[in-house]
Ligand binder design. Structure first.
Ligand code: NAD
Length: 294
């Protein structure tokens, strides 16, 4: 199997890269944080001191970085990494970024003869570790077929969302629904408890009724209702509120570009910004429950 360069070994990138190693791929890895590189090197990856060294001589590059500015900063421009990647290579850009940024990166890659896919993921750190991520892919269908075995080593569901940037559009739509469901569930839990209901009883009634949703199934925000949910461990671990705020901001930017009306997403963004102001940004996004209790 060919070498893969993997750049960005954070909460998501590290376990994703580990699954590629397990599947038998040879990896050349880089991150600004040395300890993450060393951790994977100890498991068989080749460490690279910078991104250019990582991509030298590889035909496949994966990036998993925080936000648009990191991706554009790394890949674009005269000194950008796309200039150092050989024409004909495959680049899988898996970060969650603005669809507009993704389209810029696609355009520059295409001009260099590189097959690039925007391929944001859903499934969180647990899905990354278990190799069960959902990939939402934007770009050419032929490039996706080329990439499919690599995605399959890290994920379970691989969707072709559409052309350049479509993966990012699907991702912001999904996360907007998730945020709104989380907030609606949190306010209803607080309403029921304030009116004398047992939170576990209320959670089960709603789960089995027409209010049932993914949050009630897997991620109840009320502490103690689900022993394995972040709410039951002081909202530690899981998906950080500041990342949800970032994704809701991307949804609003995307809505602005298409003049779409997204009032629920707008309100969700404002509530998550409030949480960030209250110093809760690094807690799991179910910490929104705290806005509704004394
Ligand atoms: P993270 O901050 O933990 O990891 C990002 C890594 O990129 C860091 O280790 C950082 O050092 C590295 N990095 C930044 N700039 C770099 C550069 N120029 N060169 C090399 N390395 C660089 O973030 P994460 O939680 O792993 O998330 C990554 C992406 O996946 C984000 O876009 C996020 O929105 C998305 N995402 C996260 C989750 C989640 O549950 N954490 C779920 C789905 C999607």
């Amino acid at each position: 199997m060919s070498d893969i360069a993997f750049i960005g070994l954070g909460h998501m990138g590290l376990p994703m890269a580990r699954n590629l190693l397990k599947a038998g791929y040879r990896l050349r890895v880089h991150d600004l944080v040395r300890s993450a590189v060393d951790e994977l090197a100890a498991e068989g990856a080749t460490s690279a001191t910078d991104a250019r060294e990582a991509v030298a001589g590889t035909a496949v590059v994966i990036t998993m970085l925080p936000a648009s500015r990191h991706v554009e900063g790394l890949l674009l421009g005269e000194d950008g990494l796309l200039q150092a990647i050989a024409p004909g290579s495959l680049v899988l850009e898996c970060s969650t970024i603005a669809p507009e940024s993704a389209r810029k990166v696609h355009a520059e890659a295409r001009a260099r003869g590189i097959d690039l896919l925007d391929a944001p993921v859903s499934g969180g750190t647990a899905g990354a570790a278990a190799g069960t991520l959902t990939f939402m892919v934007g770009g050419e269908a032929a490039a996706l077929e080329r990439a499919r075995p690599i995605f399959e080593a890290m994920g379970k569901n691989i969707f072709h969302a559409g052309p350049d940037g479509a993966g990012q559009v699907a991702k912001v739509c999904n996360n907007q629904v998730l945020a709104v469901q989380m907030i609606a569930t949190a306010e209803s839990m607080a309403l029921g408890v304030a009116n004398g209901l047992d939170p576990a009883v209320l959670a089960e009634i709603m789960r089995q009724s027409s209010g049932g949703n993914w949050v009630l199934e897997r991620y109840n925000p009320w502490p103690g209702v689900m022993p394995n949910a972040p709410a039951s461990r002081e909202y530690e671990g899981g998906f950080m509120a500041e990342l949800m705020a970032k994704d809701l901001g991307l949804a609003q930017e995307t809505a602005q570009n298409s003049l779409s009306s997204t009032p629920m997403g707008a309100l969700a963004l404002q509530l998550y910004r409030l949480l960030l102001k209250q110093g809760q940004g690094r807690k799991d996004f179910s910490v929104v429950q705290k806005l509704f209790v004394e």
